[in-house]
Design a protein around this ligand. Structure first.
Ligand code: TMP
Length: 209
């Protein structure tokens, strides 16, 4: 089963993913965790180029192609082999980030982005996508408070990040069978128990099929 976590900045995805992986391992599942951009040696090099604040001149097209390149490598090297071995894959961001950030945020043509994603992933889509949703200003403030390293996308305006969030909500509404929205503006343990419940329910449904 392929599960992705998505959401605007500061939603706590990375910490929540760690907790979820621990929980599933405790339940006997073999879990592979990974992230985008990155997750492979090649992808991590691409991540560095994408996040470097010295690369402020990067064109939106160059940017989206780099995200797609990192994704293509991750799918081929990590995700497909893990799924083929029957493992649960938990991925911190995936193709929906491209739709939200480059599509809704930057305004790139969403039809073209879908075609690019199909090339990068060979059509591999998540079984379940968990949207950790929270107000944009709250998320950005959380990131600052936690002293997280600022990347090139953190230099974007609040309006950009608002469009990203609206994009996520639109994507989730368009495909309710795959997406689950979780209110991330709550204590971490409450968010974690919602995630655990949702994932366990989905795994049980799949096992029963
Ligand atoms: P993060 O690992 O801290 O979430 O940082 C990844 C950043 O890259 C985040 O700002 C979202 C952005 N991003 C895109 O713009 N498009 C994409 O396709 C992906 C995977 C991430």
């Amino acid at each position: 089963m392929f599960i992705t976590l998505e959401g605007p900045e500061g939603a706590g995805k990375t910490t929540q993913l760690r907790g979820l992986a621990e929980f599933l391992r405790g339940r006997g599942f073999h879990v592979v965790t990974t992230r985008e951009p990155g997750g492979t040696a090649i992808g991590d090099q691409i991540r560095h180029v994408l996040h470097d604040t010295d690369n402020a001149a990067m064109s939106p097209t160059a940017e989206v192609l780099l995200y797609a390149a990192s994704r293509a490598q991750l799918v081929a090297e990590v995700i497909r082999p893990a799924l083929a071995a029957g493992h649960v894959v938990l991925c911190d961001r995936y193709a929906d980030s491209t739709m939200a950030y480059q599509g809704y945020g930057r305004g790139l043509d969403r039809g073209n982005l879908a075609a690019l994603t199909a090339i990068a992933t060979g059509g591999l889509r998540p079984d379940l996508t968990l949207l950790l949703d929270l107000d944009v200003e709250r998320g950005l403030a959380r990131r600052r408070d936690m002293g997280e390293e600022m990347n090139r996308l953190d230099l974007e305006t609040v309006e950009f990040h608002r469009r990203v969030r609206e994009g996520y909500l639109a994507l989730a509404a368009a495909e309710p069978a795959r997406w689950l929205r979780i209110d991330a503006d709550r204590p971490g343990d409450e968010v974690q128990s919602d995630l655990r419940r949702a994932v366990l329910a989905r795994l049980e449904t799949i096992n029963a099929e």
